[in-house]
Design a protein around this ligand. Structure first.
Ligand SMILES: *Cc1c(COP(=O)(O)O)cnc(C)c1O
Length: 393
C-alpha cells in the first residue's frame, strides 16, 4: 500500500519534555465535536466562556483576556508589538532562550533594548533591574516567569514593584508557569502576560492566551503609530472578541473547544490542588534523582516544578539515553539548548503529564538505562526515595 495514503497512527507517548504535555482525553474529544460558524451565536457564547475561564486561571479582571490564534511565540509577539513603538526604551531580562527571543522581537519592533543579563541557569536578581531602571526612563520591563530552556523559576513581585514605581509597564512570559504554579496577574501588578496551550494547560499547541491590564490597553490606544502587525493588532482583535464581534480572522474553532475543556478541567481540579500536585511530583522526582546522584542545573529555590533541568552524568551519552527512553518506554524528555546541549536533560512535569505513575516509571527506566550505559546506580534507591516523599504526605 502507498504509505502516503495509509491511516495516520502516531505512537502513544508519555510526554515529559519541555512541551507539548499529554492531553486529557476530554480535550481531544472536545476537538472532535462538530464545527459551527465562528460568528454563530452558539460560538459567541463559547468565546465568552473561554475568556471568563481564562480570567480565572490568570487571576485577573482584565477585560482584554483572549487566546491569540498562534502558538506561545505569537503571544510574545502580540504583547511586544502592541506595547512597543519605534525608539521606546525597554528592559528585557535575559537568562535563557526565551528572554533572548523577547530581545529579538523587541528589536524587530525598533525598541531600544536595555538587556539585563544573568548567567543561564540562575534567576535575575531584582537589584540588577533596579540598577538598569536608573539609567533612563523606560516604558516596559519584560521578563520570563518560568525559563523553560534552563528550568529556572523567577520571582516576580519585587521586579513588578520596581517597574511600577518607575512608571513602566510589566510584561511577563507565563508560557510554562500558567496552570502549574501560581500566576497572579492582578495581585502582582502584571500589565501584559501571555501563555501557551501545550504546557501546563495540557491542550494541543496552537493558541496563546494573553491578558492586558487597563493601563496597557490605554497605552495601546494612544499609540502614535499603528501596530506594525495587522494580524496581532489588539485594537482590531479586541473588536472581534469584544461586544462588537467585528470579523477580523476566523478563530481556530476546534482549538477553542480544546482550550475551553482544558480550562474546565483545571478549575474542576482547583488551582490550589493543581499547584500542590505539581510541587509534590517535582519533589518526588528530585528525591529520586538525588538518590541516583544526579544534580539540577539551577540551585535549590530557583527550580521549576514543571520543568526539571538536570545534569547528564559525566560520560553518559545524551542521545543514547533519550532514544532508549523513547524506543523502549515511549517516553519523551528534552535535551539541553545552546550551551547546555549534551549536558542537560529537561524533564517536563506539566499538567496531565505530572503524575506519580509517570515519575515512578521514568525513575526506574532511567535507572535501568544508566546501569546499561556504564553509570552504575543502586537498583531501587531512586524509587524508594520518591516513594518516601509520597508516603510522607
Ligand atoms: C514554549 C515557550 C515559548 C514559545 O512557545 P511556542 O508555543 O513554542 O511558540 C515561549 N516562552 C516560553 C517560556 C516557553 O516555554
Amino acid at each position: 500500500m502507498d504509505k502516503l495514503i495509509t491511516e495516520l497512527s502516531p505512537p502513544r507517548r508519555i510526554l515529559m519534555g519541555p512541551g507539548p504535555s499529554n492531553c486529557h482525553p476530554r480535550v481531544l474529544k472536545a476537538m472532535a465535536t462538530p464545527l459551527i460558524g465562528h460568528l454563530d451565536p452558539e460560538f459567541l457564547e463559547i468565546m465568552n466562556d473561554t475568556q471568563e475561564l481564562l480570567r480565572r486561571v490568570f487571576k485577573t479582571e482584565n477585560q482584554l483576556t483572549i487566546p491569540i490564534s498562534g502558538t506561545g511565540s505569537s503571544g510574545m509577539e502580540a504583547t511586544i508589538c502592541n506595547l512597543v513603538e519605534e525608539g521606546d526604551d525597554v528592559i528585557v531580562c535575559v537568562n535563557g532562550t526565551f528572554g533572548a527571543r523577547m530581545v529579538d522581537i523587541a528589536e524587530r519592533n525598533r525598541a531600544r533594548v536595555i538587556r539585563v543579563d544573568e548567567k543561564w541557569g540562575r534567576a535575575i536578581p531584582p537589584e540588577k533591574v533596579a540598577e538598569a531602571l536608573k539609567s533612563r526612563k523606560v516604558k516596559l520591563v519584560a521578563i520570563v516567569h518560568a525559563e523553560t530552556s534552563t528550568g529556572v523559576y523567577q520571582q516576580l513581585e519585587e521586579i513588578g514593584c520596581l517597574a511600577r514605581e518607575h512608571g513602566a509597564l510589566f510584561l511577563v512570559d507565563a508560557v510554562t508557569s500558567l496552570g502549574g504554579c501560581p500566576v497572579e496577574v492582578d495581585k502582582w501588578g502584571i500589565d501584559a502576560c501571555y501563555s501557551a496551550t501545550q504546557k501546563c494547560l495540557s491542550a494541543p499547541p496552537g493558541l496563546a492566551p494573553v491578558t492586558f491590564s487597563p493601563r496597557a490597553l490605554e497605552m495601546i490606544e494612544n499609540r502614535k503609530t499603528r501596530v506594525p502587525s495587522w494580524y496581532l493588532d489588539m485594537t482590531l482583535v479586541k473588536k472581534y472578541w469584544g461586544k462588537e464581534r467585528v470579523y477580523h480572522h476566523t478563530a481556530p474553532i476546534s482549538m477553542i473547544y480544546a482550550l475551553r475543556e482544558a480550562l474546565r478541567i483545571i478549575l474542576e481540579e482547583g488551582l490550589k490542588a493543581r499547584f500542590a500536585r505539581h510541587e509534590l511530583n517535582h519533589r518526588a522526582l528530585a528525591a529520586g534523582l538525588e538518590a541516583m546522584g544526579i544534580d539540577y542545573l539551577p540551585p535549590r529555590g530557583e527550580r521549576l516544578w514543571m520543568l526539571n533541568s538536570i545534569m547528564i552524568p559525566a560520560g553518559v551519552d545524551d542521545n543514547k539515553v533519550r532514544s532508549q527512553l523513547l524506543d523502549n518506554y515511549s517516553m519523551e524528555i528534552g535535551g539541553g539548548l545552546g550551551e547546555f546541549k549534551g549536558k542537560v536533560w529537561r524533564v517536563g512535569l506539566m499538567g496531565e503529564s505530572s503524575t506519580q505513575a509517570n515519575i515512578i516509571l521514568f525513575l526506574s527506566a532511567l535507572e535501568e538505562i544508566l546501569n546499561g550505559e556504564g553509570y552504575p546506580v543502586e537498583v531501587g534507591a531512586a524509587i524508594q526515595a520518591a516513594s518516601d516523599i509520597y508516603n510522607s504526605e
